[in-house]
Design a protein around this ligand. Sequence first.
Ligand code: UDP
Ligand code: MG
Length: 311
Amino acid sequence: MSEVISIVVPSYNEEQSIPYFYEAILKERENFKSRQVELELVFVDDGSSDRTLSVVKALQEKDGLVHFVSFSRNFGKEAAIFAGLEHAGGDYVVVMDADLQDPPSYLMSMYQAVKEEGYDSVATRRVTRKGEPPIRSFFARMFYKLMNRISSTEIVDGARDYRLMTRQMCQAILQMREYNRFTKGIYGWVGFKTKWLEYENVNRVAGETKWSFWKLFQYSLEGIMAFSTVPLAIASWTGIIFCFIAAFFIVFIIVRKLLFGDPTSGWPSLACIIIFVGGVQLFCIGVLGQYLSKTYLETKKRPIYICKEEK
Ligand code: UDP
Ligand code: MG
Protein backbone atom coordinates (compact mmCIF):
# COMPACT_ATOMS: atom_id res chain seq x y z
CA MET A 1 0.00 0.00 0.00
CA SER A 2 1.35 3.39 -0.83
CA GLU A 3 -0.37 5.79 1.53
CA VAL A 4 -1.93 5.77 4.97
CA ILE A 5 -4.69 7.99 6.33
CA SER A 6 -4.83 8.10 10.14
CA ILE A 7 -8.25 8.70 11.62
CA VAL A 8 -8.14 10.23 15.09
CA VAL A 9 -11.24 9.43 17.13
CA PRO A 10 -11.69 11.25 20.45
CA SER A 11 -13.98 8.99 22.46
CA TYR A 12 -15.53 9.70 25.81
CA ASN A 13 -18.12 7.16 26.95
CA GLU A 14 -18.77 5.93 23.43
CA GLU A 15 -19.11 2.17 24.03
CA GLN A 16 -22.44 2.25 22.18
CA SER A 17 -21.28 4.25 19.17
CA ILE A 18 -17.89 2.68 18.49
CA PRO A 19 -19.18 -0.62 16.99
CA TYR A 20 -21.30 1.34 14.46
CA PHE A 21 -18.42 3.65 13.80
CA TYR A 22 -16.04 0.76 13.14
CA GLU A 23 -18.52 -0.86 10.74
CA ALA A 24 -18.76 2.39 8.78
CA ILE A 25 -14.98 2.65 8.60
CA LEU A 26 -14.69 -0.95 7.36
CA LYS A 27 -16.94 0.00 4.44
CA GLU A 28 -14.75 3.00 3.64
CA ARG A 29 -11.66 0.79 3.73
CA GLU A 30 -13.07 -1.19 0.81
CA ASN A 31 -13.48 2.00 -1.23
CA PHE A 32 -9.96 3.10 -0.47
CA LYS A 33 -8.39 -0.26 -1.35
CA SER A 34 -8.65 0.44 -5.06
CA ARG A 35 -6.60 3.59 -4.54
CA GLN A 36 -3.90 1.80 -2.56
CA VAL A 37 -4.71 3.74 0.58
CA GLU A 38 -5.00 2.26 4.07
CA LEU A 39 -7.18 3.68 6.84
CA GLU A 40 -5.57 3.53 10.25
CA LEU A 41 -7.62 4.25 13.38
CA VAL A 42 -6.31 6.02 16.46
CA PHE A 43 -8.89 5.90 19.24
CA VAL A 44 -8.31 8.24 22.14
CA ASP A 45 -10.13 7.07 25.23
CA ASP A 46 -10.62 10.30 27.14
CA GLY A 47 -10.94 8.78 30.60
CA SER A 48 -14.27 7.12 29.86
CA SER A 49 -16.18 5.68 32.77
CA ASP A 50 -17.98 3.06 30.66
CA ARG A 51 -16.54 0.15 28.67
CA THR A 52 -15.10 2.28 25.84
CA LEU A 53 -11.55 1.14 26.54
CA SER A 54 -12.35 -2.58 26.44
CA VAL A 55 -14.37 -2.14 23.25
CA VAL A 56 -11.39 -0.39 21.66
CA LYS A 57 -8.94 -2.98 22.97
CA ALA A 58 -11.00 -5.77 21.47
CA LEU A 59 -10.83 -4.02 18.09
CA GLN A 60 -7.11 -3.45 18.46
CA GLU A 61 -6.51 -7.16 19.06
CA LYS A 62 -8.21 -8.31 15.90
CA ASP A 63 -7.27 -5.41 13.62
CA GLY A 64 -3.64 -4.41 13.12
CA LEU A 65 -4.65 -0.98 11.85
CA VAL A 66 -6.31 0.03 15.12
CA HIS A 67 -4.31 1.88 17.77
CA PHE A 68 -5.38 3.54 20.96
CA VAL A 69 -4.29 5.95 23.64
CA SER A 70 -6.03 5.90 26.99
CA PHE A 71 -5.97 8.86 29.38
CA SER A 72 -5.65 8.64 33.14
CA ARG A 73 -8.79 10.80 33.47
CA ASN A 74 -11.09 12.96 31.34
CA PHE A 75 -8.97 15.73 29.81
CA GLY A 76 -11.55 16.99 27.32
CA LYS A 77 -11.94 16.68 23.59
CA GLU A 78 -9.25 19.24 22.79
CA ALA A 79 -6.63 17.23 24.67
CA ALA A 80 -7.90 14.04 23.04
CA ILE A 81 -7.47 15.54 19.57
CA PHE A 82 -3.93 16.62 20.44
CA ALA A 83 -3.00 13.16 21.72
CA GLY A 84 -4.51 11.57 18.62
CA LEU A 85 -2.53 13.84 16.30
CA GLU A 86 0.64 12.96 18.20
CA HIS A 87 0.03 9.24 17.78
CA ALA A 88 -1.13 9.36 14.17
CA GLY A 89 1.48 7.99 11.81
CA GLY A 90 -0.24 8.43 8.45
CA ASP A 91 0.56 10.66 5.49
CA TYR A 92 -2.79 12.32 6.05
CA VAL A 93 -4.62 12.78 9.31
CA VAL A 94 -8.37 13.01 9.88
CA VAL A 95 -10.13 14.05 13.08
CA MET A 96 -13.54 12.43 13.38
CA ASP A 97 -16.14 12.01 16.16
CA ALA A 98 -17.06 8.52 17.27
CA ASP A 99 -20.81 9.13 17.04
CA LEU A 100 -21.06 9.16 13.22
CA GLN A 101 -22.13 12.81 13.21
CA ASP A 102 -19.16 13.22 10.87
CA PRO A 103 -20.15 11.13 7.84
CA PRO A 104 -17.29 8.76 6.86
CA SER A 105 -18.64 8.77 3.29
CA TYR A 106 -16.98 12.19 2.88
CA LEU A 107 -13.52 10.73 3.37
CA MET A 108 -13.07 9.92 -0.29
CA SER A 109 -13.94 13.37 -1.56
CA MET A 110 -11.77 14.91 1.16
CA TYR A 111 -8.86 12.76 0.13
CA GLN A 112 -9.37 13.61 -3.54
CA ALA A 113 -9.46 17.34 -2.83
CA VAL A 114 -6.12 17.16 -1.06
CA LYS A 115 -4.57 14.75 -3.52
CA GLU A 116 -5.79 16.19 -6.80
CA GLU A 117 -6.91 19.78 -6.20
CA GLY A 118 -3.85 20.85 -4.25
CA TYR A 119 -5.49 21.73 -0.92
CA ASP A 120 -3.63 21.21 2.36
CA SER A 121 -6.76 20.50 4.29
CA VAL A 122 -10.44 19.80 3.82
CA ALA A 123 -12.75 20.94 6.57
CA THR A 124 -16.46 20.58 7.11
CA ARG A 125 -19.20 22.85 8.35
CA ARG A 126 -22.81 22.29 9.16
CA VAL A 127 -25.20 24.51 7.28
CA THR A 128 -28.19 23.54 9.40
CA ARG A 129 -28.48 22.97 13.08
CA LYS A 130 -31.66 20.95 12.99
CA GLY A 131 -32.15 18.62 15.92
CA GLU A 132 -30.50 21.15 18.21
CA PRO A 133 -32.37 23.27 20.78
CA PRO A 134 -33.15 26.72 19.22
CA ILE A 135 -31.62 28.64 22.11
CA ARG A 136 -28.38 26.76 21.68
CA SER A 137 -28.31 27.54 17.94
CA PHE A 138 -29.00 31.20 18.66
CA PHE A 139 -26.12 31.51 21.11
CA ALA A 140 -23.84 29.54 18.82
CA ARG A 141 -24.52 32.00 15.98
CA MET A 142 -23.95 34.98 18.27
CA PHE A 143 -20.69 33.48 19.40
CA TYR A 144 -19.32 33.11 15.88
CA LYS A 145 -20.40 36.67 14.96
CA LEU A 146 -18.72 38.12 18.02
CA MET A 147 -15.65 35.96 17.68
CA ASN A 148 -14.98 37.02 14.12
CA ARG A 149 -15.41 40.66 15.04
CA ILE A 150 -12.86 40.58 17.82
CA SER A 151 -10.31 38.08 16.60
CA SER A 152 -8.03 38.23 13.60
CA THR A 153 -8.02 34.45 13.36
CA GLU A 154 -10.86 33.29 11.18
CA ILE A 155 -13.33 30.99 12.91
CA VAL A 156 -15.99 29.65 10.59
CA ASP A 157 -19.62 29.44 11.74
CA GLY A 158 -20.78 25.86 12.11
CA ALA A 159 -17.28 24.49 11.54
CA ARG A 160 -16.86 21.01 12.91
CA ASP A 161 -13.67 19.43 14.06
CA TYR A 162 -14.08 16.86 11.25
CA ARG A 163 -11.20 17.57 8.93
CA LEU A 164 -8.56 15.92 6.78
CA MET A 165 -5.11 17.47 6.72
CA THR A 166 -1.68 16.80 5.37
CA ARG A 167 1.15 15.61 7.58
CA GLN A 168 2.66 19.08 7.28
CA MET A 169 -0.40 20.78 8.72
CA CYS A 170 -0.65 18.17 11.46
CA GLN A 171 2.96 18.91 12.42
CA ALA A 172 2.16 22.63 12.54
CA ILE A 173 -0.73 22.00 14.92
CA LEU A 174 1.45 19.83 17.13
CA GLN A 175 3.85 22.74 17.49
CA MET A 176 1.14 24.68 19.28
CA ARG A 177 1.56 23.23 22.72
CA GLU A 178 -0.71 25.62 24.58
CA TYR A 179 -2.63 24.26 27.52
CA ASN A 180 -5.89 26.13 26.83
CA ARG A 181 -6.64 24.58 23.47
CA PHE A 182 -9.34 25.86 21.16
CA THR A 183 -8.92 23.66 18.11
CA LYS A 184 -11.28 25.62 15.87
CA GLY A 185 -9.05 28.64 16.34
CA ILE A 186 -5.84 26.65 16.06
CA TYR A 187 -6.85 25.30 12.65
CA GLY A 188 -7.43 28.86 11.47
CA TRP A 189 -4.25 30.16 13.05
CA VAL A 190 -1.88 27.70 11.35
CA GLY A 191 -3.29 28.74 7.98
CA PHE A 192 -2.82 26.49 4.91
CA LYS A 193 -5.19 26.22 1.99
CA THR A 194 -8.48 24.81 3.20
CA LYS A 195 -11.45 23.60 1.24
CA TRP A 196 -14.85 23.69 2.98
CA LEU A 197 -17.43 20.98 2.53
CA GLU A 198 -20.94 21.69 3.73
CA TYR A 199 -23.48 19.27 5.03
CA GLU A 200 -26.69 19.08 7.00
CA ASN A 201 -26.61 18.21 10.66
CA VAL A 202 -26.73 14.47 11.38
CA ASN A 203 -27.92 13.19 14.74
CA ARG A 204 -25.58 10.98 16.72
CA VAL A 205 -26.00 7.24 16.14
CA ALA A 206 -26.07 6.18 19.82
CA GLY A 207 -25.31 7.49 23.29
CA GLU A 208 -25.76 11.14 24.13
CA THR A 209 -23.96 14.45 23.76
CA LYS A 210 -21.43 15.39 26.42
CA TRP A 211 -22.02 19.11 26.04
CA SER A 212 -24.37 20.85 28.39
CA PHE A 213 -25.31 24.46 27.70
CA TRP A 214 -23.08 25.63 30.51
CA LYS A 215 -20.10 23.64 29.22
CA LEU A 216 -20.58 25.15 25.76
CA PHE A 217 -20.77 28.63 27.25
CA GLN A 218 -17.49 28.13 29.10
CA TYR A 219 -15.94 26.69 25.97
CA SER A 220 -16.93 29.78 23.99
CA LEU A 221 -15.33 32.05 26.60
CA GLU A 222 -12.15 29.97 26.34
CA GLY A 223 -12.25 30.43 22.59
CA ILE A 224 -12.55 34.18 22.90
CA MET A 225 -9.73 34.42 25.40
CA ALA A 226 -7.46 32.08 23.48
CA PHE A 227 -7.73 34.01 20.22
CA SER A 228 -8.51 37.59 21.13
CA THR A 229 -7.30 40.21 23.55
CA VAL A 230 -10.09 42.63 22.62
CA PRO A 231 -11.88 42.21 26.00
CA LEU A 232 -8.78 43.67 27.65
CA ALA A 233 -8.91 46.65 25.31
CA ILE A 234 -12.62 47.06 26.02
CA ALA A 235 -11.83 47.22 29.73
CA SER A 236 -9.36 50.05 29.30
CA TRP A 237 -11.61 51.91 26.85
CA THR A 238 -14.45 51.73 29.35
CA GLY A 239 -12.12 53.35 31.88
CA ILE A 240 -11.24 56.18 29.51
CA ILE A 241 -14.89 56.80 28.62
CA PHE A 242 -15.82 56.99 32.30
CA CYS A 243 -13.03 59.53 32.91
CA PHE A 244 -14.51 61.75 30.20
CA ILE A 245 -18.00 61.42 31.61
CA ALA A 246 -16.65 62.31 35.07
CA ALA A 247 -14.85 65.40 33.73
CA PHE A 248 -18.05 66.52 32.04
CA PHE A 249 -20.02 66.18 35.29
CA ILE A 250 -17.40 68.04 37.33
CA VAL A 251 -17.66 71.02 34.99
CA PHE A 252 -21.45 70.74 34.98
CA ILE A 253 -21.66 70.77 38.80
CA ILE A 254 -19.24 73.67 39.20
CA VAL A 255 -21.20 75.74 36.68
CA ARG A 256 -24.49 74.82 38.35
CA LYS A 257 -23.10 75.82 41.77
CA LEU A 258 -21.90 79.20 40.43
CA LEU A 259 -25.17 79.96 38.67
CA PHE A 260 -27.80 78.47 41.01
CA GLY A 261 -26.15 78.08 44.43
CA ASP A 262 -26.32 75.02 46.71
CA PRO A 263 -25.63 71.76 44.89
CA THR A 264 -26.03 69.29 47.79
CA SER A 265 -29.36 67.74 46.80
CA GLY A 266 -29.32 64.62 44.65
CA TRP A 267 -27.60 62.01 46.80
CA PRO A 268 -29.73 59.12 45.37
CA SER A 269 -28.32 59.72 41.91
CA LEU A 270 -24.86 59.87 43.46
CA ALA A 271 -25.38 56.51 45.14
CA CYS A 272 -26.48 55.01 41.81
CA ILE A 273 -23.42 56.37 40.06
CA ILE A 274 -21.08 54.98 42.71
CA ILE A 275 -22.65 51.54 42.53
CA PHE A 276 -22.61 51.57 38.73
CA VAL A 277 -18.99 52.63 38.47
CA GLY A 278 -18.06 50.11 41.15
CA GLY A 279 -19.72 47.41 39.07
CA VAL A 280 -17.88 48.43 35.93
CA GLN A 281 -14.59 48.39 37.80
CA LEU A 282 -15.16 44.95 39.18
CA PHE A 283 -16.18 43.69 35.76
CA CYS A 284 -12.97 45.04 34.22
CA ILE A 285 -10.86 43.54 36.97
CA GLY A 286 -12.70 40.28 36.34
CA VAL A 287 -11.78 40.36 32.65
CA LEU A 288 -8.18 41.01 33.62
CA GLY A 289 -8.33 38.15 36.11
CA GLN A 290 -9.58 35.74 33.44
CA TYR A 291 -6.60 36.45 31.22
CA LEU A 292 -4.26 36.29 34.17
CA SER A 293 -5.62 32.89 35.19
CA LYS A 294 -5.07 31.56 31.67
CA THR A 295 -1.53 32.92 31.71
CA TYR A 296 -1.01 31.32 35.11
CA LEU A 297 -2.04 27.91 33.79
CA GLU A 298 0.12 28.31 30.68
CA THR A 299 3.21 29.20 32.67
CA LYS A 300 2.90 26.03 34.71
CA LYS A 301 3.66 24.10 31.52
CA ARG A 302 1.53 21.18 32.54
CA PRO A 303 1.23 18.34 30.06
CA ILE A 304 -1.88 18.53 27.88
CA TYR A 305 -2.82 14.97 28.80
CA ILE A 306 -1.55 12.01 30.83
CA CYS A 307 -1.42 8.72 28.99
CA LYS A 308 -2.17 5.61 31.00
CA GLU A 309 -2.01 3.02 28.26
CA GLU A 310 -1.30 3.00 24.54
CA LYS A 311 -0.82 0.57 21.71
N1 UDP B 1 -15.42 13.83 23.56
C1 UDP B 1 -14.20 13.62 24.20
N2 UDP B 1 -14.00 14.15 25.46
C2 UDP B 1 -14.96 14.88 26.11
C3 UDP B 1 -16.18 15.12 25.42
C4 UDP B 1 -16.37 14.58 24.17
O1 UDP B 1 -13.31 12.97 23.66
O2 UDP B 1 -14.73 15.32 27.22
C5 UDP B 1 -15.64 13.25 22.21
C6 UDP B 1 -16.90 12.39 22.09
O3 UDP B 1 -16.65 11.06 22.46
C7 UDP B 1 -17.23 12.50 20.62
C8 UDP B 1 -16.76 13.91 20.28
O4 UDP B 1 -15.84 14.30 21.30
O5 UDP B 1 -16.52 11.57 19.81
C9 UDP B 1 -17.91 14.89 20.19
O6 UDP B 1 -18.68 14.87 21.38
P1 UDP B 1 -20.25 14.98 21.38
O7 UDP B 1 -20.82 14.11 20.30
O8 UDP B 1 -20.70 14.74 22.78
O9 UDP B 1 -20.44 16.50 21.02
P2 UDP B 1 -21.44 17.13 19.94
O10 UDP B 1 -21.32 16.30 18.69
O11 UDP B 1 -22.79 17.03 20.55
O12 UDP B 1 -20.94 18.53 19.75
MG1 MG C 1 -21.59 14.41 18.50
